[in-house]
Structures are given as C-alpha cells and as structure tokens.
Design a protein around this ligand. Sequence first.
Ligand code: GUN
Length: 294
Amino acid sequence: MEIISGIALSRTIKEEIKQEVSTFLAKGLRRPKLVAVLVGSDGPSQTYVNAKVKDCHQVGFESEAVRLDENTSEEVLLAWVEKLNADPSVDGFIVQLPLPKGIDESKVLLAIDPAKDVDGFHPVNIGNMALGLPGFVPATPAGVIQMLKRSGIDTSGKHCVIIGRSKIVGMPLSILLARNSNPGNCTVTLTHSRTKNLKEICKEADILIAALGKPGFIKADMIKAGAVIIDVGISRVETDTNEKGYIIQGDVDFDSVSEKVGFISPVPGGVGPMTRTSLLTNTLTAYKRSFNLK
Ligand code: GUN
C-alpha cells in the first residue's frame, strides 16, 4: 500500500511555482495576484479564504480578500465582479461559495471574465475543458489529476469509478479521465445517488474516486484488491476528543481499506492541499497568459 500524500506533492508544486515567480520578478515583471471575494461570515468559507491568501504569500503572489457583509445585494456583488474583471493588476479571482440566500450564484459566476476565472466554474471554461481547449480546470479535479500523474499511476485503459456527480468535482473529473490524454484514457463510470448496485460497480474499479460527502462510506468489501483510491470527501464529524469539537473525515474508511489497496490518498492531507495548490497553478497560468509568457 502506498500513500499519496497531498501535503508532500503540494509542497513540491508550491516550490516549483515559487521558482517560476522568482524568474519573472528577475525580469522586472510584477507579482501574480489572486483576489478572493467572501460574502457573509460562513465559518468554513472564512477558513478556506484565509488559507488561500496565505498560500499565495507562500509562493510570492500578491493576494487580497474582499470581505463583504452578509446583507450585500446581488447588485453590489456584481459591481465588485466588474471591478475585478477590469483591474489589470488582478490575474485571477474567485467568489467563494456558497453565497447567501437571495444572490443568484449562476448570475455571479457568469459575470466573471473567463480569462480570470481561476476556479474554472464559468461555462466557457467547462466547455473548453470538455473540448480539450486551453482554459481553467476546476481546482479539485486538477489536483486529483496531478496526484495521479505525479504518483506515476498508469490510467490508460483502466476502469475509473467516480462516486458523486457534482459540478465542481465528479462531473469535471469524469470528462478529464475519459479524455485522450495522460492521465486519462480511462473507461469512466460516473455514479450518483440513483445508481443501482453501487457496491458491485465499485468492486470493478481500478481507480475509485469517492466524492459523495458521506464520512467512512467506502469499506473494504467495496473495493478490488490493489485499487487506487482517491478520497475527495471532507466532512466535519463531531467529537469531544479535541478543542475544536470536530474532526475532518473522508468518504473512505481508511483503516478498513488501507491493507487492501495499491494507492490511497488520506484525509486530511490528501486532496485538500492539492485543491489549494491548483488554484495557485491556475492563477500563475492566468498571469502567464496575460503577459504572453511560456
Ligand atoms: N466553496 C467550496 N469549494 C470552493 C471552491 O473551490 N471555490 C469557490 N469559489 N468556492 C468554494
């Protein structure tokens, strides 16, 4: 059994990004810049945005969080999006989800300039991804692809089963892994809440990606011996064993499956750090495109 450490891989990728930034600074260019817009005071969203800003500083990017009141109107948020679209010092920005009730999420995401949409949520970027054209791939799927690639896992001709068809994880991953590319060339089965015989399908998987948000759902009797298991779940499970009152748990029952698998990504320390790093990679890509750099 081999652990795919998102912490170790993301450290390597961040070092690569930092090196690239220093070569651009040496040429007299400005630093890449990412802005995160946060509306309201949702606890996990505040944690994520703070982490994204910190990650940027670690690799030499400029970064800023725009914090807006819970009662911010859709109109005011759209005005911020327009301002960031027009600001030449901003390479990429994200609007942290979920948004408070009363704001139309689709309308806001559609207003973001696709060239600055480093979350890869705009339909233009989803379309580019589906067609294999340049654009931005959403951060979690991009992170999973890097985990497979940098762990040397051969995906060609393999049966990949994905559990969960969300717009930001399962759906894009099903497209990326079926593409004629490396990693890719998988035979993909995208399963969801209406899928029948899920256990039998999972047992056929050479690569199993769990993104359903049910802690400990995948047990040893659901997997094929030697399979690659990528755990995208991050649920807060209540506990009285620490001060926070919760622990982060993945969709895979790690202890039960770990002896049977070929490769496995842990939670925490697996997909999470890779997702954060992919946002940096996308921001660097946006920066390079705007300066016509390779
Ligand atoms: N909320 C949870 N994950 C994400 C993400 O990747 N991007 C944004 N914008 N909001 C999120």
